[in-house]
Design a protein around this ligand. Structure first.
Ligand code: NAI
Ligand code: MG
Length: 352
């Protein structure tokens, strides 16, 4: 079996964690499959050379791959953050119609998270984030720019078709787990899109009588994640809300460097994109100490998506062994190891 994988390391620590992820994936699939990597040097350096973060036909170039392995983009203050995000990651998500962003959150054995009385059995949830519209629809504009009368509009877009497929995906996922779904909105203050979202959840729920549904307002959800994370199994939320809550979730795991995500394509034959949740981490970039686990785990999700479930499971088990032994960890987890050393140890533990 042969898979063609587009690799976009991007900026900052993206360039450090992606090569480590590639090596772990290579080791895990070994004889079972061949991974053909195709490197795309897109990102802020590319922008400085060409004036764009990727070529005009960039997304079209990605279409012929089986999957995309992505690091992070962002080079503040040299390139404004809205330029980097809208120049690369968001167009890929939108144009390939990567409709959901799946973000597992779990506390690994041996890691002490910030919640003293919560263990791995308490923190084990998956967020399903709406990934193509909502608050990041890009609809809006500015008038009377720079004057005291300036007004900026940032309009959210919620379409029935899209919300329904995202919610349905979340119900299916809940059905495969502990059969509990938490839907997160702010429908007391936002009267249109969020109310539509709540209604669709109620409608789709009729097809899943075996799944218990809880609807929470986003502020209450944030508090509950900290107070009682064990109440979350699968959670579904809008582009913005789930973005914020999954960084909170990553903090519950002990480090943002641990969290992975899968941006799944709606249509068959279109590549899905796998990336860590974190950004380019300019504060630690260039020092070789970024935690590669989120990227490695995202790679495991990619292998699972490609049908290489055994290799994916072995990677997850190796990560658990690594955190449990607690000897080779990067500074964000209180260790002194480098990105490379963590990758090397994960590979050793694949067959332990
Ligand atoms: P960030 O995720 O890059 O960093 C936040 C904090 O977490 C920093 O203290 C950083 O050192 C730490 N951190 C992140 N990844 C880590 C890792 N692998 N190991 C250890 N520590 C890690 O978020 P920030 O600082 O808000 O954004 C930096 C840049 O990244 C910005 O340009 C932003 O727009 C961009 N960004 C890009 C994303 C993407 O490409 N998907 C996602 C989030 C931010
Ligand atoms: Mg984020």
């Amino acid at each position: 079996q042969q898979f063609r994988i587009a690799v976009i390391p991007g900026d900052g620590v993206g360039k450090e964690v992606i090569p480590v992820g590639q090596r772990v994936l290579e080791a895990a699939v070994a004889q079972e499959a061949q991974l053909d990597w195709h490197l795309f040097p897109w990102g802020s350096d590319f922008y400085r050379q060409t004036g764009a973060l990727m070529p005009p036909d960039g997304v079209e170039q990605l279409r012929r791959f089986d999957a995309i392995y992505f690091g992070a983009v962002g080079d503040p203050p040299h390139v404004p953050d809205h330029v980097t995000l809208w120049g690369l990651l968001l167009p890929i998500r939108k144009q390939l119609d990567l409709f959901v962003n799946v973000r597992p959150i779990r506390l690994f054995p041996g890691i002490r998270g910030p919640l003293r009385d919560k263990g791995p059995e308490d923190i084990d949830m998956i967020f399903v984030r709406e990934n193509t519209e909502g608050e990041y629809a890009g609809v809006g504009g500015r008038v009377h720019v720079g004057t005291p009368h300036e007004v900026a509009l940032e309009t959210s877009v919620f379409s029935r078709f899209n919300v329904e497929r995202v919610v349905r995906f979340a119900f299916e996922l809940a059905r495969s787990r502990r059969k509990h779904l938490t839907s997160i909105t702010k429908s007391n203050a936002q009267r249109f899109g969020m109310v539509l979202w709540d209604e669709i959840v109620q409608e789709v729920a009729r097809d899943y009588p075996d799944v218990t549904v809880t609807s929470l307002l986003v502020d209450a959800a944030a508090a509950l994640m900290v107070r009682a994370p064990e109440r979350f199994d699968v959670a579904v939320g809008s582009n913005l809300f789930a973005d914020i809550l999954t960084d909170l979730g990553a903090a519950l795991m002990g480090s943002l460097g641990l969290a992975p995500s899968a941006n799944l394509a709606a249509a068959p034959g279109v590549p899905s994109l796998f990336e860590p949740v974190h950004g380019s981490a300019p504060d630690i970039a260039g020092r070789g100490i970024a935690n590669p686990i989120g990227t490695v785990w995202a790679g495991a999700m990619m292998l699972e998506h490609l049908g290489l479930t055994d290799a994916a499971r072995r990677i997850l088990r190796a990560i658990e062994r690594l955190t449990n032994e607690g000897k080779v960890l990067t500074p964000d987890l209180g260790g002194t190891a480098t990105t490379e050393q963590v990758g090397k140890r994960i590979i050793e533990l694949l067959d332990a």
